[in-house]
Ligand binder design. Structure first.
Ligand code: UTP
Length: 294
């Protein structure tokens, strides 16, 4: 069985939900407390044993490349001031083997993944979306890699969502349950209303794909929003080789959405050694004040 070694992070979207912040800045560089969201995603990949990462970038995304490059002036300055722990933090982002490719027009997630074809070659690979941060005992990417090691099949990450939210996601129509948290799939249904949804198992931002997905993407006509949809190509792939759904039991943070971004910042802040005590006291005080206003 071919091991999964490569990851693709599509980061060429326009980030319209965060305008005006994202007019000239990559949404992937927005920090949760003090770390850009894309760094969390890359750390998940590395902690899972991924060796090479391709980031698909677009306009206004130079800061991503700069973030993972060395910054000689800053490093020298921190060294002179003997700020060793900060120096270590700054240098930690340069130790990763990263590749970049530009998607000139944001023609959809499927098109962004197609840009990874020559980087990926004939190997299985994982796609990680920066909009979703995950927390679990074993990183979600590693969970999918373990599933792939055993089956050789493409595996999508999914999680249970409230019935009222099915219209926000690609939803899995599960066929056989193979084992706890692993399903064969009849079909993938894009954003169904609650009453039409075949389940409440929603696709989230990690896709472990076999390289045959590129044949499907090359043939795929634009779908919803006139964009090439990755889910449509996966639906085609599922007709020629099984695509499995793996259910995440841990936590997903939706940082592609304003409210999700704010709650994630609070939750991570409550674990951050520098700010957790002050933040907790502030929240307690604030909730008291809000209650008196009710
Ligand atoms: P989204 O549609 O959720 O992200 O795409 P977006 O376009 O950046 O943000 P909004 O919705 O306008 O606020 C999901 C992922 O696919 C990438 C995005 O960068 C995001 O990580 N993507 C999307 C591309 O790389 N290229 C595209 O053409 C479209």
């Amino acid at each position: 069985m071919q091991k999964v070694r490569k990851a693709v992070i599509p980061a060429a979207g326009l980030g319209t939900r965060f305008l005006p912040a994202t007019k000239a800045m990559a949404k992937e560089m927005l920090p949760i407390v003090d770390k850009p969201t894309i760094q969390f995603i890359i750390e998940e990949a590395i902690d899972s044993g991924i060796e090479e990462i391709l980031i698909v970038t677009g306009r206004s995304k130079r800061s991503i490349e700069d973030h993972f490059d060395s910054n000689f002036e800053l490093e020298q300055n921190l060294e002179e001031k003997e700020k060793w722990s900060l120096l270590k933090l700054v240098e930690s982002t340069t130790k990763i083997k990263l590749h970049f490719i530009r998607q000139s027009y944001p023609k959809g997630l499927g098109d962004a993944v197609l840009h990874a074809k020559s980087f990926v070659g004939n190997e299985p690979f994982i796609v990680l979306l920066g909009d979703d941060m995950m927390k679990d005992e074993v990183p979600l990417t590693k969970q999918l890699m373990d599933r792939h090691d055993k089956t050789g099949l493409s595996v999508l990450a999914t999680m249970r969502v409230p019935d009222k939210d099915t219209s926000k996601y690609g939803i899995v129509d599960p066929a056989a349950k193979l084992e706890d948290g692993l399903y064969e799939v009849n079909q993938f249904v894009e954003k169904p209303k609650a009453e039409e949804a075949p389940s409440n198992l929603a696709i989230i931002g990690r896709y472990l794909l076999n390289p045959e997905i590129f044949e499907m993407l090359e043939k795929q006509a634009p779908g919803a929003r006139n964009e090439v949809q990755l889910t449509d190509a996966i639906e085609q792939l599922n007709k020629t080789q099984k695509v499995l759904a793996h259910e995440l039991k841990g936590t997903r943070y939706d940082v592609g959405d304003k409210f999700g971004f704010m709650t994630t910042s609070i939750e991570y802040g409550l674990e951050h050694p520098e700010v957790k005590d002050d933040l907790k006291n502030y929240l307690i005080q604030l909730s008291k004040e809000l209650r008196t206003q009710e």
